[in-house]
Design a binder for this molecule. Structure first.
Ligand code: DGJ
Length: 721
């Protein structure tokens, strides 16, 4: 149902999924958000008009006092002196756009109400079409804008950023940083006057990218404090910023970082920004659950049980041979693996990482009978088959690079710096795109590949399209999306994992096409606990690849017992990434027990609400998954450093139903606690308590060494009479 709201006298109230968004639309001005956050209930026109009046500040004596609140596209020509909304020009003119004469329409769409606003800048011949939506399944807010040039003079856009306001209680900022094998490290700071800007300019979000920018009430945690966050659904260059002005505005902005001349609009052409998403919550768990609900509500969300993966990378690296890999597949199937993924090293000439990217044909020297015998055995064992590709990359030492040097990005100084010995294939060349599609699709079809591990290791630097040298980064992202979509359309059921040296391409843009992300190349459970926790702000467990790695981590060289490695991998899309051919029988049997435990509980793990306790002592972690109906839960209590107090004290279990009773027991899928271990009394045979008592009183934490954990299984039972 559509509703015209042209008179604009009353703010628009979009309500869905527990979120209210109240938007002022008066005076032909651009939409201005008065409230974004908790549902306000039904409000009549009078209340909405008063809410608008109540939200207006006193106007000072400066002519350039910007009317509050600022529109979703802030404009210099209206007096805005902060981060610009649209930066563009026509050969040095038409550089201070002033969109106005806006008309508005509310569409009560099935996936949530959407305000569509169209505004014009008649002098400049520009039009802007906004969409601002509250999603019904999640209460997420999202917005985007399309700017159109209606004149014959080309209009160049340098940047286009939208803004979501946060209230003045949002006094602290949280964002994420990181590096290879240490993605998603949180950092916090006060929300001072100024701009806190996080940008990615490497053609993908990157390992160090913040993924989300959060502002919240002082001291907010997973379970407390109101928080608001923004995310850009885009896998290319981008900027997220938290801005506070002396005049009181606080907002979170997001937009694509455009390279010079990347967007030049001819007459009638438009540039549409990626979706800017906004989530809010009472604590980070609530904020994250909106993203999880959103992803889970989409028709393409993976709904079949997530098959346990056996990935060959850390098991054999480039040392491929049929006998070893067949034996690995057999050992994996015995342990319970359901999908065999052959990683890097299978294609023409690829013996190490110095050559052959781009030559996507099976190497006859290593695979004289092709991959078919391996695939046939994998299928006999009842497993799916997956194969590694790095479609956008090329080694200069490859047949592809020798035959088509013009398909390699070149900003005017040759192909540029190598990284991991590789360069980038420009998918903006139609022939390069077609070549790639044909090669990958041919293999997917002939081998019956179920799953592509889609890697992307090099950043895009001076990524110029040959022969003109114009930047091709934006088009590269669009073409990568197109390639994923067309491969999936040609091969229904094909799944894709987004990997970029680990977690370098984790965003809602790629997740339109990918079925899971690889959060990190680090399989060390000590690091994985944190990486998965913070990746989980956006990505639900079933979309995070979590593998049981080697006893001695290949990235950190710490050693951990199987139980800790397996427990930390249990929660996501489980995999094995270890050489099973060297594991002794006892280890193998324990691994099989962990995999069986995962399969028994994966329906819960992959559909429930993810919860984290806010614990005062930084030495401890408690996280879990609670069934949506609150009937059961699993938690893990972990010790990550030596605590200052001992015994550790009580832990409270979040997320349960206050009114129901639950049994709590420690479970040990791998190996039982050593005889004589010091255990709190309840841990010997469990305890039964109301959810309220578990939330408010808690239970004594198990006594553990560093990098050890205990799993808690919690099941609701009828209340004792
Ligand atoms: C980087 C990935 O992150 C790894 O998991 C592995 O696939 C290698 N590339 C293969 O070269």
């Amino acid at each position: 149902m559509k509703e015209n709201v042209n008179d604009g006298s009353t703010p628009i109230h979009l309500r869905a999924g527990g979120t209210s968004l109240v938007i002022a639309v008066d005076g032909g001005r651009l939409p201005r958000i008065l409230h974004w956050g908790p549902d306000l209930g039904a409000l009549g026109d009078d209340a909405l008009a008063d809410l608008h009046r109540a939200a207006l500040p006193a106007v000072g004596d400066s002519a350039v006092t910007y009317p509050q609140p600022v529109p979703v596209l802030p404009q210099l020509a209206e007096g805005w002196l902060g981060r610009p909304g649209l930066v563009g020009d026509a050969d040095g003119r038409r550089w201070a756009p002033k969109f106005r004469d806006a008309t508005h329409e509310v569409d009560h769409a099935d996936d949530g109400p959407v305000l569509r606003s169209t505004a014009l800048d008649p002098e400049y011949g520009l039009a802007a079409d906004f969409e601002i939506q509250v999603l019904a399944a999640s209460g997420l807010v999202r917005q985007r804008v399309a700017v159109r040039n209606d004149t014959a003079a080309p209009y160049r856009i340098d940047s286009l950023e939208l803004a979501l306001p946060v209230p003045s209680d949002a006094s602290e900022i949280l964002d994420l940083t990181g590096r290879w094998a240490l993605e998603r490290v949180p950092q916090r700071r006060p929300f001072h006057v100024g701009e806190w800007v996080r940008a990615s300019r490497g053609g993908k979000p990157g390992l160090e990218h913040t993924m989300l920018l959060v502002a919240g009430e002082a001291g907010f945690g997973f379970r407390h404090g109101l928080v608001w966050a923004t995310h850009l659904a885009w896998s290319g260059n981008q900027v997220l910023a938290a801005e506070r002005t002396p005049a009181g505005t606080r907002h979170l902005t997001a937009g694509e970082v455009l390279l010079p001349g990347e967007v030049v609009l001819g007459q009638g052409e438009s540039y549409r920004s990626p979706w800017q998403y906004g989530s809010w919550g009472a604590g980070l768990d609530d904020l994250a659950s909106r993203f999880h609900r959103h992803l889970r509500s989409r028709p393409q969300h993976p709904r079949s049980p997530r098959p346990v993966v056996l990935n060959t990378w850390e098991a054999v690296y480039f040392h491929h041979d049929l006998d070893t890999l067949t034996a690995l597949a057999e050992r994996g199937a015995e342990a319970g693996a359901e999908r065999f993924v052959l990683d890097d090293g299978w294609f023409q000439g690829r013996r190490d990482d110095t050559s052959s990217l781009g030559d996507w044909t099976v190497d006859p020297a290593i695979w004289p009978g092709g991959l078919e015998p391996l695939v046939a055995r994998v299928r006999e064992l009842g497993m799916d088959f997956g194969l590694w590709f790095e479609p956008e990359m090329v080694n200069l030492d490859s047949d592809l690079a020798r035959e088509h040097p013009e398909w390699i990005f070149d900003g005017g100084h040759g192909p540029g710096l190598a990284s991991r010995h590789q360069h980038v294939l420009d998918l903006g060349h139609p022939d390069a795109y077609t070549h790639l599609f044909d090669r990958i699709s041919g293999l997917v079809g002939s081998l019956g590949i179920d799953y592509i591990k889609w890697d992307h290791n090099r950043y895009l630097l001076d990524a110029g399209h040959t022969p003109d040298g114009r930047p091709g980064v934006r088009r590269q992202v669009e073409q990568a999306y197109r390639l994923m979509a067309e491969l999936k359309a040609a091969h229904p059921g094909l799944e894709i994992e987004s990997c970029a040296s680990g977690g370098g391409r984790v965003d809602l843009g790629v997740l339109e096409f990918a079925d899971r992300v690889w959060p990190s190349d680090c399989n060390d459970p000590h690091e994985r606990l944190e990486i998965q926790r913070w990746t989980g702000l956006l990505v639900p467990p079933e979309m995070q690849g979590t593998h049981i790695g080697a006893e001695e981590s290949h990235t950190t060289h710490r050693t951990h017992p199987l139980d800790y490695r397996a427990e930390k991998a249990l929660w996501g899309h489980l995999g094995i990434e270890v050489n099973l051919l060297t594991a002794d029988d006892e280890t193998h049997a324990a691994l099989a027990r962990w995999i069986a435990f995962h399969k028994e509980h994966r329906a819960l793990l992959h559909s429930g609400d993810v919860v984290h306790a806010d614990l005062a002592d930084a030495a401890f972690r408690l996280e879990g998954v609670v069934a949506r109906d609150r009937g059961e839960a699993l938690y893990a209590f972990s010790v990550v450093e030596r605590p200052s107090t001992w015994p550790p004290g009580r832990i409270r279990l979040p997320g349960l139903d206050d009114e129901r009773h639950y049994t709590v027991e420690a479970v040990h899928p791998g190996s039982a606690p050593a005889a004589g271990a010091v255990l709190p009394p309840w841990q010997r045979d469990g305890v039964t308590l109301p959810g309220r008592a578990l939330r408010l009183v808690g239970i004594e934490a198990p006594s553990l060494d560093v990098d050890r954990s205990v799993l808690l299984r919690v099941v609701s039972v009828p209340a004792a009479s």
